[in-house]
Design a protein around this ligand. Structure first.
Ligand code: C5P
Length: 222
């Protein structure tokens, strides 16, 4: 068969990309991290010193600098133009500005088009905020991953330590809440659970347990 579309959405730091990557690997599907695309555009716009609310200028960035994913182990690399921005887009300055860029309707439309083109290649696991609602509304598997703010901040804190980022836990909790609020209240494609999505609270679950649940759901439909 051509393979399924698996949409994984949810708030910041709920474990979406970690889980999505592993599910894709198990199913031999393509993995697409749509958050990395919004982060890439944000990084490039900041690099150019642009006003992040200037919609025509930011759209111009999307049209001028191609975003590419390159398969690599353990992490897939992300490029914009000629720049490898795999680590740069995880830095706090990008994280805390990306929601501003992600609120721009024409920028979203351009990236959604690219995301659908990637999905058209076959079996796909795509993670983000609007995959089940907007990007892939016909996805056969839709998961909405949630976890408490405290748990998400703890996970992000641990992940940050491995990258040499030492933002305090309380600051991370605040940043996660601010970003969720911005993403949930924007006018275009806000973060919201699709009506036909399965809500999965990962607070008490290990990564392997979450992966197994999604994998089993997919296997039944494949
Ligand atoms: O998933 P990640 O934390 O990398 O996403 C970064 C930001 O990109 C989100 O906070 C959100 O503003 C934006 N985003 C989005 N729609 C998506 C994926 C990410 O608006 N499908």
């Amino acid at each position: 068969s051509k393979g399924l579309q698996i949409a994984i959405d949810g708030p910041a730091s709920a474990g979406k990309s970690t889980v999505a990557k592993l599910v894709a690997k198990k199913l031999h599907y393509v993995y697409c991290d749509t958050g990395a695309m919004y982060r890439a555009v944000t990084w490039q716009a900041m690099q150019l010193g642009l006003d992040l609310t200037d919609e025509p200028q930011i759209l111009n960035v999307v049209e001028t600098y191609p975003i590419r994913f390159v398969a690599a182990d353990p992490v897939q690399q992300v490029f914009i133009g000629e720049h490898d921005i795999t680590t740069a887009i995880r830095q706090p300055n990008v994280t805390n500005n990306v929601s501003t860029v992600a609120a721009l309707g024409t920028v979203r439309a351009a990236l959604v088009k690219q995301q659908r083109a990637i999905a058209a290649q076959g079996g796909i696991v795509m993670d983000g905020r609007d995959i089940g609602t907007t990007v892939l509304p016909h996805a056969q598997v839709k998961i909405f991953l949630v976890a408490s703010v405290a748990e998400r901040a703890r996970r992000r804190y641990a992940e940050n330590l491995t990258k040499g980022i030492d933002t305090p836990l309380a600051t991370l909790e605040h940043e996660i809440e601010v970003r969720d609020h911005k993403d949930s209240t924007r006018r275009v494609s806000p973060l919201t659970q699709a009506k036909d999505a399965t809500r999965l609270d990962t607070t008490p679950l290990s990564i392997d347990e979450v992966v197994a649940k999604i994998y089993e759901t997919a296997k039944k439909k494949e």
